[in-house]
Design a protein around this ligand. Structure first.
Ligand code: MG
Length: 159
């Protein structure tokens, strides 16, 4: 029986005019972007928390404190790779991931293939093991009112 572990991650960031919108490592053209200490890539952050959660290693804020100037404006792909190194160091690989982005605008379907390729690259996975989905919230809640974007992710780790 293989040793398998499941992890779940969730994150949300506020939208602000004039910031770049970075989702899954893709710069999505839009009039506003996500506010945060790093590049605020909400999808990568949810994935980091899912992997940390699977190993019961706390959360992204503990590993990369937002008070630390070293992480100011950092490409969250660096954080994702750092977390993946913890996973690999603990003797696990990623079996598959499934993630959902929640935002009202813009339409991001055209950008999802590149997000999947980016995640597959960072986690040493075939693209067909990486699922990224997106939904609006029918104009309800902070995502629907375009005040922010949220993401959730589950990951399976296999020893
Ligand atoms: Mg975050």
């Amino acid at each position: 029986m293989p040793d398998i572990r499941i992890g779940y991650g969730y994150d949300a960031h506020a939208l602000q005019a004039g910031r770049p919108l970075i989702l899954g490592g893709v710069h999505v053209p839009h009039e506003c972007g996500l506010l945060g200490h790093s590049d605020a890539d909400v999808l990568y952050h949810a994935l980091c928390d899912a992997m940390l959660g699977a190993l019961a290693l706390g959360d992204i804020g503990q590993h990369f404190p937002d008070k630390d100037p070293a992480y100011k404006g950092i490409d969250s792909g660096v954080l994702l790779r750092n977390v993946f190194e913890l996973v690999a160091g603990a003797g696990y690989r990623v079996g598959n991931i499934d993630a959902t982005l929640r935002l009202q605008r813009p339409k991001i379907a055209p950008f999802i293939p590149q997000m999947r390729r980016n995640i597959a690259h960072h986690l040493s996975l075939p693209v067909d093991r990486v699922s990224v989905k997106a939904t609006t919230t029918e104009k309800m809640g902070f995502e629907g009112e375009e005040r922010g974007v949220s993401a959730s992710a589950v990951v399976l780790l296999v020893n």
